[in-house]
Design a binder for this molecule. Sequence first.
Ligand code: ZN
Length: 171
Amino acid sequence: MAVLQIRRHGDRVLTARVEPVGDVTDEILTLLDDMIDTMRNGETPGVGLAAPQVAKALSIIVAEPPPDHEGTDAVYNGAIVLLNPEIVYATGHTIIEEGCLSCRGVTAEVERPSHVVIKGLDRDGNAVKLEVEGALARIFQHEVDHLHGRFFFDHLNPIRRQLVKARIRRT
Ligand SMILES: [Zn+2]
């Protein structure tokens, strides 16, 4: 495992088109290990990470399950790993404060659906579908956004969005 460098807002890889994962090669497995290591042991630990944040334009997310998370689908090394994730259903709404490892120094209260159904492939390439709410639903939405070049502040109204973007630290 290795801690990878987190790319910051403004880096073009964060808005590049991601490729779906085909075969789960040794290279992909190493990347998954490194993404989990980076999420947990990086300069600023986080609860989720998307591959573009470590300069890989691939459709992969990892997330730290909350302590009350039930079920073992897609769990590897204590983290949830999803390849080619897609949110297929979302309902409800909730406001939660979000930050981002790629946008240092800023957080904002963001309104999003409270429940989601996400499908994708697990680390072994098997199809999985997870129905989640609360913190994990929020993490999944935030990380899947990264696969589409979107940031949490893109959900704010234009005035608040500009205020948040202006405060992102460059160093
Ligand atoms: Zn983020």
